[in-house]
Design a protein around this ligand. Sequence first.
Ligand code: GDP
Ligand code: ZN
Length: 449
Amino acid sequence: MPSPSSTIAAIATPPGRGGVGVVRISGGNLAPFARQLTGRSSDPRPRVASLARFLDEDGSVLDEGLLLFFPGPNSYTGEDVLELQGHGGPVVMQMLLSRCLQLGARLAEPGEFTRRAFLNGKLDLAQAEGVIDLIDASTQAAARSAQRSLSGQFSRSVHDWRDRLVDLRMLVEATLDFPEEEIDFLEAANAFGKLARLDEELDRLLGRARQGSLLRNGLQVVLAGQPNVGKSSLLNCLTGEDRAIVTDHAGTTRDVLREAIQIEGIPLHIIDTAGLRETDNEVEQIGIGRSWKEIEQADVILRLVDARHGITVEDHAIDARLPAGVPVIWVFNKSDLTAEPASTETLPDGAAIHLSAKSGEGVELLRTALLRIAGWEGRSEDVILARERHLQALEQGLRHIRQAAISTTQLELMAEELRLAQDAVNSITGEFGADDLLGVIFSRFCIGK
Ligand code: GDP
Ligand code: ZN
């Protein structure tokens, strides 16, 4: 890893043409750098935009624009930061960058500015991840959630939880020194009640993080049913486009088709599959095999039947193979051909909805049911845009807490489990971070951030 005190530079704006382009520089002492670049004899004024000429080695003008100087430690990286706002053309940006390299900077690696911010204590790891998540956000809900992580909301929950854990650990470890009275002492301090509360709260935090993981990865929603029940029509209806071929010939959809949609900012992947039936056609059989693969990986199954026929003998054969524990929404499609109006019914592990993919009547009920099954309804504001890494750490923390709770007769063990829980949770904010972990996280950033 390069030494953090070296000066780094990068074009911070996206490639291509734009009104303004920004070259960003971070380093230990950038006032002389700015003087040389602008040919001025005085240091740039901190945090004030000034019009400047950016000069080449021979004194010729490369570009004219705004110069911003943020002396450390009150800057993004915690070091001196310079921002050159020039004209946003690829050639002029390259020329400015080359000049910076000539003045002693080196090209920044992806995420290196944010990495320095982390190393200088400006951001913790979860916040740094919030930066990239905000840049990468594909929906508004994801962007808002990333912003909350970035502002430290998630980190505060983690810290709060960690502090309670430390209190409890200290209590247990102190008791180890007085083996005579150990259990009485812990009971007097309500240690077991505190442990139960920790379990409860970590479980809640994990729930919010799982919601956020959904926001990042999207929910896999698989359409499953016999041929001709309207799976492809429903996909088209949900996406608002004619993506899937619809015919009245059974067996038209032979391969898996996936489309991304959003419902209230929640990304969903709708997956249309070949209709499930007994068939001698080899191509169709392959398609059906793929359908089952998708069904086995689904977060939600949209189980379509023709409302005119209801659930048939063939449907029973399909249902016997559905994976256990995956929520199912029963869709009685083609309600326009029946006397029954569009309706919805909540079931313990899903819902049953009468709708028409053709007229669109009742499809709103389906959207609401999907949101409810995603656990999203009315809770978007406290969701954490969690990464797999965060989920694993929280799950691991919870496992150790539960292990501690059943080790109350062996206090050494209990103390050790609490310590492991603390390590797990600390890894989220990076207070206990291996270097390779940092490498993985920051290498996913774009250059200039
Ligand atoms: P899939 O095989 O399950 O994908 O079914 P398709 O979407 O290809 O539809 C099969 C046939 O049913 C087509 O002729 C569609 O126009 C028709 N269909 C699909 N949904 C509806 C609906 O809600 N109402 C009516 N009346 N026809 C529908
Ligand atoms: Zn189809």
